[in-house]
Design a protein around this ligand. Structure first.
Ligand code: ZN
Length: 275
């Protein structure tokens, strides 16, 4: 069994303080929460930043810089910056790709369009080709976020057409309202589609969080936790911090007999060559 890589998805772009009172919003809060997750055993943080006025997601380069620079200074974390933009706004391609200017080791690559948050999250073929090209130019590994099986088909076709390089790294997102459900059967169907030699991680949204984390654990995959995906620590109890989720999955993984990957080990597992 490989060691397990824990990713913490710190804030996302749409959950506000009125729903989740402890969710990090400002760059300082995002840095602080990421550092706590690192101390708790996460080796990757998935980063969005928030507009200080609206509290919602933004692709503002300066705000990303205010998060990325201190994290590079203070921690060994791998940074996975979002290219998804703002929910329901479907920003222009260039704006979505702005965080790649900071040359993170990983960036999210949403491999298709899907109904999400009361609207359509649009990821056109044009966007996907532009994202793949820019990531290659900047030395960024795409984290292939797949919400259903068609998105894997898309990634494999893009690999065949020369847009994506192996080994591929997938992030299965299960339990969104219009995507694959967070069930073992649904996960296995996705899992069976990816090429040998790929790496993968799993996200269970909301109440799918713990069951899908367990699939990641027992199927030798990697696991993403954090308030972007789930704000309840358990039924009826809001999470107080992202680190709380990391601490729990580290505890469970160790009890189960899988050690947790350090950032250096995660870089090896994911075949990253940067640092
Ligand atoms: Zn995200």
């Amino acid at each position: 069994m490989d060691k397990v890589i824990i990713t913490a998805a710190i804030t996302g772009s749409r959950i506000t303080r009125d729903v989740a009172p402890h969710i990090p919003i400002t760059p300082d809060e995002i840095v602080q929460s990421s550092a706590e997750c690192w101390n708790a055993g996460a080796s990757i943080v998935h980063i969005h930043v928030r507009d200080p006025k609206t509290g919602l997601g933004t692709q503002d380069l300066d705000l990303f810089r205010q998060v990325v620079e201190p994290l590079r200074e203070k921690t060994e974390l791998l940074l996975c910056l979002t290219t998804s933009g703002i929910p329901g706004r479907n920003l222009p391609i260039e704006e979505r790709l702005i965080p790649l200017e900071l040359e993170p080791e990983l960036a999210s690559f949403d491999a298709g369009s899907i109904n999400l948050g009361g609207t359509v999250f649009i990821n056109t073929p044009e966007f996907l080709e532009a994202a793949a090209k820019r990531m290659r130019e900047k030395g960024v590994k795409p984290e292939l976020e797949v919400f259903d099986v068609g998105m894997i088909v898309t990634c494999l076709r893009m690999r065949d057409e020369g847009h994506l390089d192996e080994p591929l790294h997938f992030q299965f997102v299960l339990g969104t309202p219009s995507g694959s459900p967070a069930t073992p059967k649904s996960f296995l169907h996705l899992y069976e589609q990816i090429p040998k030699g790929s790496t993968w991680s799993i996200i269970g949204i909301g109440k799918g969080h713990l069951p899908m984390s367990m699939m990641g654990l027992i199927m030798d995959g990697h696991i993403r936790v954090g308030m972007e995906d789930n704000i309840y620590y358990q039924r009826g109890e809001l999470a107080k911090s992202n680190a709380q989720f990391v601490e729990r999955i580290v505890r469970i993984a160790r009890e189960y007999g899988r050690e947790v990957a350090t950032p250096a080990e995660a870089r090896k597992i994911l075949a990253l060559h940067k640092k």
